[in-house]
Design a protein around this ligand. Structure first.
Ligand code: GUN
Ligand code: FE
Length: 458
């Protein structure tokens, strides 16, 4: 889709590396008609917009007080149909939670009117939190899964949409009939996305065995074959809950480990996203590293369902690639900003047992939420930061709503250490710890405005 050339003027912040924030107090970013970043200028206050190529006539979008542009968030693991259950989990743990809360709700997506209502809400809501890319699990239902893909396309959210495969250990009222129907229906959903977005510009199908316990050796191998033949991404759960891990050991006795169940099926590849990964052994971590499979860290869910504390620092030190996932509704929040906060706090609980090195900083959590997530979904060349050639998947953050204490921020000097004033680093920390969707003023995906706070005018 062609949009008007646009120049975004004002402070921008992005994650350079895991530990380094790039803070540019006076920036100017040009975005072309295709939604791609054409130029990035720094410290350009007072300078003119570049001449030529029609930039003189470009639309201008300016940051107002105490705001900045930030790359859009990437939710690497979210169950769209579970959105109505966000916050409802009692004292359950994974396996009874699935049977008590999750399967009954997901089964209701046989009804397309229900699917339409909920899926429209979840896509609108995640956009309002600045989630420009989401990796969705849908349900077993083909029409509802196709509808979720349509809604992402219409509302303009970059998305991976997976029809869930589950024929084992699932209730009679909600399951795939057989391995054959699971494969047939998964292929139907892939073909639907091919029809609405042939180049997978915005929406991509993703092969989704729910987890080892929902499948068997035969279906996992068949999905692994499909994954490699079609060169499509895949997603599943791994090592979330101790009882789940015991059952996997019992039911797949021929496999050396949980990770080896996926390895044997040909599913452990650079395009596989593994959610949770809490109770991995060192051998499994090494295997996942060797295969370059990716990890979605879901701290809110891991705490809510008392699944455990993922050892993020250990995984990072082992060279694994991680992003953040809300895992709605194991997780109670659909906000990646809140998830970043949860990641920071869970890491402090790990630190109480294992020492300070385990603590994640605000910068590290933001990296996982953006650039880290981009690697996890295989789009590091297109999203996650503000470089020429990347897509303008971005959010405008305004801090008035959550109240910075100072009006004395030095806009010209960059991060400054001045007592009594807030530095840019302070403001970013305040955003992470106290911000919410009131601070998300506007959101763009591929240069298209996909969300604006009430009252906001461009
Ligand atoms: N394992 C299998 N299914 C699910 C699910 O829906 N949520 C979570 N958190 N774990 C799972
Ligand atoms: Fe999940």
């Amino acid at each position: 889709m062609s949009q008007k050339k646009t120049v975004y003027i004002g402070p921008f912040i992005q994650c350079k590396t895991l530990t380094d924030l790039d803070i540019c107090p006076n920036g100017m970013i040009g975005v072309d008609e295709g939604g791609r970043i054409a130029f990035v200028l720094r410290d350009e206050r007072g300078r003119k917009i570049p001449e030529g190529d029609g930039w003189e006539d470009a639309k201008i979008v300016r940051i107002q007080d105490h705001g900045f542009f930030f790359p859009g968030f990437i939710d690497t693991h979210i169950h769209a149909p579970q959105y109505p259950n966000a916050g409802i989990f009692g004292k359950s743990t994974l396996l009874d939670w699935l049977n008590t809360y999750t399967f009954p709700l997901e089964s209701s997506f046989a009804d397309l009117a229900t699917a339409s209502r909920i899926y429209n809400r979840v896509v609108a809501r995640t956009l309002s939190h600045g989630t420009t890319t989401a990796c969705y699990y849908a349900t077993v239902h083909v029409p509802a899964t196709n509808l979720l893909a349509d809604i992402c396309q219409t509302r303009g959210q970059r998305a991976f949409v997976g029809r869930v495969c589950m024929h084992e250990m699932s209730p009679e009222y909600y399951r795939d009939e057989s391995v054959e129907t699971a494969l047939r229906d998964s292929k139907a959903c892939i073909e639907h996305v091919r029809k609405i977005d042939p180049e997978f510009d915005l929406v991509t199908p993703i092969i989704t065995p729910r987890f080892a316990l929902s499948c068997n050796t035969e279906s996992l191998a068949a999905l692994g074959k499909l994954h490699r033949e079609l060169d499509l991404p895949a997603q599943t759960h791994i090592s979330e809950n101790p009882r789940e891990c015991d059952l996997v050991r019992d039911l797949f006795p021929e496999s050396k480990s949980y990770a080896d169940v996926y390895e044997s099926a040909g599913l452990l590849t650079p395009k596989m996203i593994l959610a949770h990964a809490i109770h991995l052994t060192e051998e499994e971590t090494a295997l996942i590293r060797a295969r370059d499979a990716k990890i979605s860290h879901c701290p809110a869910s891991n705490t809510a369902l008392t699944s455990g504390r993922a050892k993020v620092r250990k995984m990072l030190n082992a060279g694994l690639n991680l992003g953040l996932g809300t895992d709605v509704s194991g997780g109670y929040t659909s906000s990646i900003l809140a998830e970043a906060r949860e990641a920071v706090f869970v890491s402090r609980h790990v630190a109480m047992d294992e020492g300070d090195e385990a603590k994640l900083s605000v910068e590290e959590a933001l990296y996982l939420a953006t650039r880290g997530g981009a690697k996890v979904v295989g789009l590091e060349d297109r999203i996650g930061g503000f470089e020429v050639g990347k897509m303008w998947d971005a959010q405008m953050i305004g801090l008035e709503a959550v109240g910075p204490e100072t009006t004395e921020l030095d806009q010209s000097a960059g991060p400054v250490e001045v007592f009594g004033k807030e530095t840019w680093d302070d403001l970013v920390a305040k955003w992470v710890y106290t911000g919410d969707d009131r601070s998300t003023t506007a959101v763009w995906v591929g240069g298209r405005l996909v969300h604006a706070k009430e009252g906001f005018r461009l």
